[in-house]
Design a protein around this ligand. Structure first.
Ligand code: R1P
Ligand code: GUN
Length: 293
């Protein structure tokens, strides 16, 4: 494990990055958004945009995955100020888990109160269809079982406590709000609630792994989000997350289907409009200081 000071994720490193960004933009974001694979179009619907390429931001990692543009976009939905990651980082890119979650600490230091994350995920639940949108109510952090938790290492109390609670990781009021908004928009037929399981990737799952994960209680599987959620909750931000079911996992030895990233991006394109409308409507209903409008 690398000490925090050498990964560029210490409080001081994050503060330097926040100070640099706050000196470049007048936007003071209350909502932070992370876009999943193929779902970066959400950032494009922000008004009065100010965008920064990750490569120009001090201490910031670089996006290496197709479907993750690598831009931090500030702007507004109605009068709600937002900062949006158009591209996230994953364990399989080779970054330490502390580095891929560093943007959550940056969000906190920028003044963000609520974090909304999206991801592309494989459907494990037999009832799920491609194109379903799953409100994440809980997660299984499998890399964490092996000690790869983003909070491993010295704890900096300026961010949060040594042993943070995770039974309330996903905000229940925001889940209910999403169900209500989904119903108003006519999305109930493809809106689900379930458990997301993160694996390290980059290989997709074997059939035996899919069967095991489903038995463990996971409804969808991916390679992101849970680490970010842990760090966001550690520093006291409210969290809401959505999985777009971009493919059904292969859990039958007679199936000829093969998981692939192109299908993931393709489904993202097909559901982009509904994902954007759902998220932007939820944001317009989040009031200041975390109250619902
Ligand atoms: O979780 P996001 O970033 O949406 O991406 C998902 O899609 C990619 C696989 O196609 C993996 O990176 C997986 O985690
Ligand atoms: N691990 C994993 N990640 C995904 N991201 C999108 N689909 C999948 C999947 O089937 N498995």
């Amino acid at each position: 494990m690398l000490p925090e000071s050498s990964t560029g994720c210490s409080f001081e490193d994050c503060q330097d990055t926040a100070d640099w960004l706050l000196s470049q933009t007048a936007v003071r974001p209350l909502v932070g958004i992370v876009c999943g694979s193929g779902l970066g179009g959400l950032a494009d619907v922000l008004k009065d945009q100010e965008a920064f390429n990750y490569k120009d931001i001090p201490n910031f990692p670089q996006s290496t995955v197709h479907g993750h543009a690598g831009r931090l976009v500030f702007g507004t939905f109605k009068d709600r100020t937002c900062v949006c990651m158009q591209g996230r980082f994953h364990l399989y890119e080779g970054y330490p888990v502390q580095k891929i979650t560093m943007p959550m600490r940056l969000f906190k230091l920028l003044g963000v109160e609520t974090v909304i994350l999206t991801n592309a995920a494989g459907g494990l639940n037999q009832d799920y269809e491609v194109g379903d949108i799953m409100i994440i109510k809980d997660h299984l952090n499998i890399p964490g079982f092996a000690g790869n938790n983003p909070l491993v290492g010295p704890n900096d109390e300026r961010f949060g406590v040594r042993f943070p609670c995770m039974s309330d990781a996903y905000d229940r009021e925001l889940q209910q709000l999403a169900l209500d908004v989904g119903s108003e928009l006519g999305y109930s037929d493809f809106l689900r609630e379930g458990v997301y399981c993160v694996l390290g990737g980059p290989s997709f799952e074997t059939i035996a792994e899919c069967r095991m994960l489903n038995k463990l209680g996971a409804d969808a599987v991916g390679m992101s989000t849970a680490h970010e959620v842990i760090v966001a909750r550690h520093c006291g931000m409210r969290v809401f997350a959505l999985s777009l079911i971009t493919n059904k996992v292969v859990s039958d030895y007679n199936s000829e289907k093969k998981a692939n990233h192109e299908e993931v991006l393709q489904t993202g394109k097909q559901r982009a409009e509904q994902m954007e409308r759902l998220v932007s409507t939820i944001i317009t209903r989040i009031g200041h200081n975390n109250n619902l409008a």
